[in-house]
Design a protein around this ligand. Structure first.
Ligand code: PRP
Length: 209
């Protein structure tokens, strides 16, 4: 008998894309994309949960979900103990240092960096011998340099529209990002047939695109 696979999907565009892929591969589940407040959906041998994108890795790491779809940014920031199975190639964006257009922060004082990605920022600047101060924010990071709260930001740039519309620009690129299919380590042992089958189908699906 096939074992049930618990799948954590990130709420939002990335999760919808991921679900569409899984549905095409035969893992459809009625109601998943209906706009309701329901959070769990089950059909056949799949059970889907909608979770906050930054929480997917926690659900998978702790085994509340067997597998999930998460951005590489989250994996880099929180380094969860999970298997990274497949690079899905979608959800592409870049982690960047950005700041006010045309302004070069002077190198003689502490560089103030506003970000949601504290660890990524720390790690990036660790390789440069520069005094930094991290200001942790939870959203609308672009406001920080505009209001003088920080000199630069470390944030995700997708289309670049948010930067352009706020007179900001990319100063340095830190890392390319895309969505990843991840698996809980213990689940991968106990449900290896199911998780391998799913990963293989995803790889075949990617190869035909
Ligand atoms: C993300 C990111 C940027 C924006 C980049 O924000 O933090 O603000 O998207 O996208 P763009 O390059 O296509 O303009 P998100 O929408 O996740 O909201 P947030 O302000 O809560 O971080």
């Amino acid at each position: 008998m096939e074992k049930v696979i618990n799948i954590a999907l990130p709420k939002g565009r990335l999760g919808e894309k991921a679900y569409k892929m899984l549905e095409e591969l035969g893992y459809g589940c009625k109601g998943v994309t209906e706009n309701s407040r329901k959070l769990i959906f089950e059909e056949g041998n799949v059970r889907y949960f909608w979770v906050k994108p930054s929480d997917v890795a926690i659900y998978v790491e702790r085994g509340a979900a067997d597998v999930g779809v998460v951005g590489k940014d989250i994996l880099e920031e929180y380094t969860p103990d999970v298997y990274e199975m497949v690079d899905l190639g979608f959800g592409k964006c870049r982690m960047c240092v950005a700041g006010i257009k045309g302004v070069v922060p002077t190198g003689d004082r502490t560089l103030r960096i506003a970000t949601k990605f504290v660890n990524i920022a720390k790690q990036y600047y660790a390789s440069q011998s520069r005094e930094i101060e991290i200001i942790k924010l939870n959203g609308s990071i672009e406001l920080a340099p505009i209001l003088g709260l920080s000199d630069v930001i470390v944030d995700i740039v997708e289309t670049g529209t948010t930067l352009v519309e706020n007179n900001l620009e990319v100063k340095e690129e830190i890392l390319p990002i895309s969505a990843r299919f991840i698996s809980n380590k213990a689940a991968y042992r106990f449900k290896s047939a199911e998780i391998d089958a799913m990963s293989d189908k995803i790889r075949d699906w990617l190869a035909t695109r």
